[in-house]
Design a protein around this ligand. Structure first.
Ligand SMILES: Nc1ncnc2c1ncn2[C@@H]1O[C@H](COP(=O)(O)OP(=O)(O)OP(=O)(O)O)[C@@H](O)[C@H]1O
Ligand SMILES: [Mg+2]
Length: 342
């Protein structure tokens, strides 16, 4: 079993470019990021520098003031420059060249003095299907809340690939860069057909809502058909979502996420309330998504986890307690004590 408390080797060896500032990030964290920001030649940092509240201008004389702003104005209006505040989140480049798609490092979150996340380090490789288990209150959902921007950590860092600093993005921006999340309770549009639900999910991405009266292009129709195939609901395509079984609604919601073509899918307790057959089908579905997508599944049902798991992370009291294959974590005495042996 690998050690779970050490920082990822990338942090030790390589500085990582920071998409939000265009600067390099060294292992010394924020200080390193700021020290390096003047080395940026991409021009993407300049716009943000202008907006920095700690930016000091030289007000020693009116001429200098004019020159100062004149310079900045010239910089701003250069046509060959692209400034950070002009870059849409979806245009940020996802760089997984080092392997991991997700880097969570030294994360801490307290709720009223209670440490829900405690120096959490967790890395997930691109294309992986990772299962996260742990007792109630271990911090699994809070970890997903941090990744999706719902909860801001007190300290630590969260990167999507090498470059995208998730802690600098809003919740909608995080969705735009390609992180989709499925909550436990399905949230489909009950009074629309399965097909329309997928169509609406696609429309939400384009910020045109609703577009049910608009004609679908052939490509869009093909994509909906493809997703209907992936989630196994072709025969239900024209049925109202309200008549679907609980399991089918869960799959439809996964399909709705797939319409946005996310790189990373976070799925919290997908099989709660499902029949055994539905669980098996969900196992197949999530397994089939890995590779093209990265999938992080939080689940309590150990039979289900065993049926899909390659690598399992055990969270306990906001930290990683153990990580490895299902067999490895199952036989880990610490895991048996806090969780599996309960
Ligand atoms: N918004 C919040 N305010 C206060 N406490 C919170 C909040 N969110 C989570 N917590 C607490 O933080 C701890 C971790 O909760 P979290 O929901 O992340 O656990 P979990 O591992 O998902 O548990 P479960 O398996 O029961 O879903 C719990 O003690 C919870 O009560
Ligand atoms: Mg939870």
């Amino acid at each position: 079993m690998s050690s779970v408390s050490e920082p990822h080797p990338d942090r030790e060896t390589g500085a990582r470019a920071d998409a939000a500032t265009g600067s390099a990030v060294s292992s010394s964290g924020e200080a390193g990021r700021q020290a390096n920001s003047t080395n940026s030649d991409s021009g993407r940092g300049s716009g943000r520098d202008l907006l920095h509240s700690d930016r000091t201008f030289d007000f020693s004389g009116p001429m200098q003031v004019w020159q100062g702003f004149g310079q900045d104005f010239k910089e701003l209006t250069r046509r060959d420059r692209q400034f950070n505040f002009m870059i849409r989140a979806k245009d940020l480049e996802l760089d997984v060249s080092h392997g991991p798609i997700l880097y969570l490092e030294g994360l801490n979150v307290s709720f009223d003095g209670f440490k829900a996340i405690n120096e959490l380090n967790l890395y997930v490789n691109a294309g992986e299907l990772r299962c996260v288990i742990g007792p109630n209150g271990a911090g699994k959902t809070t970890m997903m809340d941090i990744i999706t921007g719902k909860t801001r950590p007190d300290s630590g860092s969260a990167f999507f690939g090498q470059k995208i600093d998730l802690l600098r993005l809003t919740e909608p921006e995080i969705a735009e860069v390609g992180i989709g999340r499925k909550f436990q309770k399905p949230t489909v549009f009950e009074h629309h057909s399965v097909f329309e639900n997928l169509e609406l999910a696609m429309a939400a991405d384009k910020r045109v809502f609703p577009t049910l009266l608009a004609r679908l292009t052939g490509k869009e129709r093909d994509r909906i058909d493809e997703v209907l195939g992936i989630i196994g609901l072709q025969e239900q395509a024209q049925r109202e979502a309200s008549v679907l079984s609980h399991g089918q609604k869960q799959w439809l919601e996964i399909g709705m996420l797939l319409m946005q073509d996310p790189h990373l899918l976070l799925v919290d307790e997908p099989v709660a309330g499902m029949t055994h057959q539905e669980m098996e089908r969900t196992a197949e579905l999530l397994t089939s998504l890995a590779g093209k997508h990265t999938v992080v599944v939080v689940e309590h049902d150990m039979d289900f986890v065993r049926s899909i798991a390659k690598r399992v992370t055990v969270l306990h009291q906001g930290s990683v307690l153990a990580e490895g294959s299902m067999d490895e974590v199952q036989n880990d005495p610490r895991v048996i004590e806090v969780y599996l042996g309960e």
